[in-house]
Design a protein around this ligand. Structure first.
Ligand SMILES: CC(C)(COP(=O)([O-])OP(=O)([O-])OC[C@H]1O[C@@H](n2cnc3c(N)ncnc32)[C@H](O)[C@@H]1OP(=O)([O-])[O-])[C@@H](O)C(=O)NCCC(=O)NCCSC(=O)C[C@@](C)(O)CC(=O)[O-]
Length: 729
């Protein structure tokens, strides 16, 4: 879902020749809310002498909050004083503008750029003191694409400014094309650079002006870069005092039409939005309104809302957007299932114990990376399920959810009153996944870990040397069991589309392991013998070469395989082994396989004289299978993963067990889902959450009032994370 934030009542009106009466503003705002707008910038808290159109800012904010509880009410404030007034009136988001152009900064807020960054830090520090009810502080970089006073604005300076605003603690950093000078390629470059700098989840809206008729083209470029929030003004109101001839902001009606036609749902009813122009006109009869859709009428060929994009695929696929998932999980199996759904765009709420969150956060050793890896793209709700108020909150969430995931001990969810029977009685459309050690049967009550099922399921036998069972070097069954859980959920959702009813789906660790070992069970059935483990040097390999070799560099080994006659021919010629090629006793693949020890010794002697890079370059040129022996940390620099978007920049801070309390890499490239959809990889939208980071917003979404939320917090049933620390602290 795209968020279109209407800025007409602020940015639009401040350039109008006349002053719109308060009552007319409120009628206009009501008409736009009725059309489906969910966010609106309604006022600017500046001295009335400077902007008489905004003299009623506090009155407007108060009235809009009271009349439209579901609307996010946004106000602009250039300084701490304005921010205090905006918050006192009830603004939920406060935008503090910071000019990228030094000249514009002095003209607009009468401060240098650096002083205005310091002002943002002051506003953030003050807001933090307000506790959970604090408004969101959004820094808006104006003149980000050029300035009529200063001329060009350096992209590097904008990126540096964005970084300093993020460091100052702004919740989001937005880019504004105040003059309308942006073009699609500039938008692509700057959006990409600033998103990379501040992180996608802290990148705010894109604020576009249409001075030169480029706003919609720029919006398309931004969509391709993954931007999902835009500012716009009804009737293209607004403009900039420094841009004569400006026709104002991106026109909301035209932008909504474009977005819907391209398959990006906005939740806005376009005819109702166009009709809201009447209320605008009634309040400002002399102000010229712009907009192509209003002039031409809605195209009769128009695509329906939610239709697939006509030409431009979104930057990252989010096919599960709109799916609501509540995840009760720890360790790996439940979290990896939720990760698949979250990466694909679902809204996954991870329910964690209050106040410290999932114990997995505090694991060390081989489990230290579990939490940040499997909990990206999720929201966190820390709630005490043993307290009735906490339980009531999650039952409310489950009643409105599409999917519940759990991986607790058998019977634990039932004991809490959160079993499938209880939740589906309240929500028959719910798809409920239970991840367990064993599917129902004689072992179902046993506690299971990945290692347990690898041992009992034949995998440890198949991996280790004879007599020394060895588990695989990752939580293979947990991860794959979670993925199979996600497959089962998607299948059940498809069934629900036909029947209207959800259902219980279950995934078992042991059964996952058994599917992995199935090929060896089949092998045993065919040969009548136990398969030889991979760890057994005597394992019969049907090829001349399929081994790890030392190179000329100490500790740098390389795997090389030669598995066909063509490869054998090319290999011998390239590595000076023509005598082996000419040997009549090595004529067939079976001869070669039987002579593996002899061949291996010759090849090892050749490879020991070659630097690894040269060895691999030769194999690559010959088309032979080869691989360096990498350690996990080597993969951060893997050129293929880096170039193909295979790594997501995930923050490691959620792993509390880091040595010395600080991860050696605060942000690391962590592999994403191994699939492309429409040519694109699923992207990181949210960093792994802090415990309870989203508790208050989730409680509000569940319909709880502020007093109820305060009572939950006071009772310790709900824990809300403190605001992120200032980078300087
Ligand atoms: C893993 C075990 C065995 C651990 O079993 P356990 O230690 O008994 O823990 P649990 O998860 O079943 O119990 C959770 C308790 O926390 C409570 N709880 C939970 N949330 C809240 C909350 N918000 N507020 C208040 N209370 C909460 C919940 O109500 C329950 O309370 P109790 O019944 O004890 O009174 C079990 O969970 C299980 O069988 N799970 C299903 C199978 C599974 O996921 N297994 C995977 C284990 S992880 C793994 O295999 C990887 C590993 C470790 O082996 C490493 C590797 O091999 O790579």
């Amino acid at each position: 879902m795209i968020t279109v934030r209407e800025v007409g009542p602020r940015d639009g009106l401040q350039m109008a020749a006349g002053v719109m009466p308060t009552a007319a503003k409120l009628r206009w705002i009501a008409a736009m809310v009725a059309a489906g707008l969910r966010e609106m910038e309604v006022a600017s808290f500046v001295p009335p002498a400077a902007l008489p159109q905004m003299a009623d800012a506090a009155e407007v904010v108060r009235a809009v909050r009271a009349a439209h509880p579901s609307l996010r009410v946004v106000a602009l404030a250039p300084n701490l004083r304005g921010a205090r007034d905006a918050a006192a009136a009830g603004a939920q988001s406060i935008i503090v503008p910071v000019s990228a152009s030094e000249a514009h900064s002095r003209a607009n807020v009468r401060r240098s750029r650096a002083d205005q960054v310091a002002e943002v830090a002051r506003v953030v520090a003050w807001a933090r003191g307000l506790g959970p009810a604090a408004p969101r502080i959004e820094a808006g970089i104006s003149t980000a694409f050029g300035c009529s006073l200063q001329g060009a604005v350096s992209e590097a300076e904008v990126v540096a400014l964005a970084a300093s605003l993020a460091a100052a603690g702004a919740d989001t950093v937005a880019l504004a094309d105040t003059l309308g000078y942006a073009t699609p390629s500039a938008v692509r470059r700057l959006v990409r650079a600033v998103r990379a700098e501040v992180g996608p989840e802290r990148f705010g809206n894109l604020h576009l002006h249409d001075t030169l008729g480029t706003a919609l083209a720029n919006a398309m470029a931004a969509l391709e870069e993954g931007v999902r929030g835009f500012d716009a003004a009804l009737g293209g109101l607004g403009g900039c005092p420094y841009a004569p001839g400006s026709v104002g902001n991106a026109c909301t009606e035209d932008l909504v039409h474009l977005l819907e036609a391209e398959g990006f749902p906005t939740g806005i009813d376009l005819p109702a939005l166009v009709a809201a122009r009447d209320a605008l006109r009634a309040g400002l009869p002399d102000e010229p309104l712009h907009g192509r859709v209003a002039a031409a009428g809605l195209p009769r060929t128009g695509r329906k809302a939610g239709a697939a994009p006509a030409t431009v695929p979104p930057a990252a696929p989010r096919p599960l957007e709109g799916l609501r998932v509540v995840e009760f999980s720890h360790m790996v199996m439940g979290p990896s299932c939720g990760m698949v759904l979250a990466d694909l765009g679902a809204d996954v709420i991870k329910v964690e114990p209050s106040p410290g969150g999932d114990n997995t956060r505090r694991l060390t050793g081989a489990a230290i990376g579990f939490f940040p890896t499997f909990n990206r793209n999720k929201r966190s709700l820390c709630v005490d399920l043993k307290k009735p108020e906490g339980l009531a909150l999650v039952r409310r969430l489950a009643a409105g959810a599409d999917v519940v995931i759990e991986n607790f001990r058998p019977g634990a969810m039932e004991a809490l009153g959160l079993g499938h029977a209880a939740l589906s009685a309240e929500n028959p459309r719910l798809v409920y996944l239970s991840c367990k050690g064993f599917l129902p049967g004689p072992y179902e009550k046993r506690a299971a870990l990945d290692e347990v099922v690898q041992m009992m399921g034949g995998l440890a036998y198949m991996t280790g040397p004879p007599g020394r069972p060895l588990r695989a070097g990752t939580s293979i069954n947990d991860i794959l069991g979670g993925v199979f859980g996600a497959v089962a959920i998607l299948a059940a959702l498809r069934e629900r589309a036909a029947t209207g009813r959800g259902g219980l789906v279950q995934s078992g660790l042991f059964e996952t392991n058994m599917l992995l070992v199935a090929q060896h069970m089949a092998g045993a059935a065919i040969t009548g013998r136990d398969p030889v483990p991979f760890g057994d040097k005597a394992m019969p390999k049907p090829w001349p070469l399929y081994d790890v070799f030392d190179s000329a560099e100490e500790g740098r080994q390389v795997f090389v395989g030669v598995v066909t006659a063509t490869q054998w021919d090319a290999f011998c010629r390239a590595f000076g082994l023509d005598d082996l090629l000419a040997d009549p006793s090595l004529a067939t693949m079976a001869d070669l396989a039987a002579a593996r020890p002899r061949i291996g010794a010759r090849v090892a002697a050749v490879f020991r004289g070659l630097p690894p890079a040269e060895l691999m370059a030769r194999c690559e040129a010959l088309g032979l299978p080869f691989a360096p022996i990498a350690k996990p940390a080597d993969l951060f620099e893997d050129p293929h993963l880096l170039a193909s978007g295979g790594l997501m920049p995930v923050e490691m801070g959620s792993a509390a067990g880091a040595p010395g309390g600080v991860p050696s890499r605060p942000v690391a490239g962590i592999p994403g889902l191994p699939v492309l959809m429409g040519g694109a990889r699923a992207a990181l939208r949210r960093q792994p959450p802090r415990p309870g980071e989203h508790g208050i917003e989730i409680a509000r979404e569940a319909g709880l009032g502020e007093a109820e939320i305060a009572a939950l917090l006071a009772a310790g049933a709900l824990h809300a994370a403190p605001a992120p620390a200032l980078a300087a602290e």
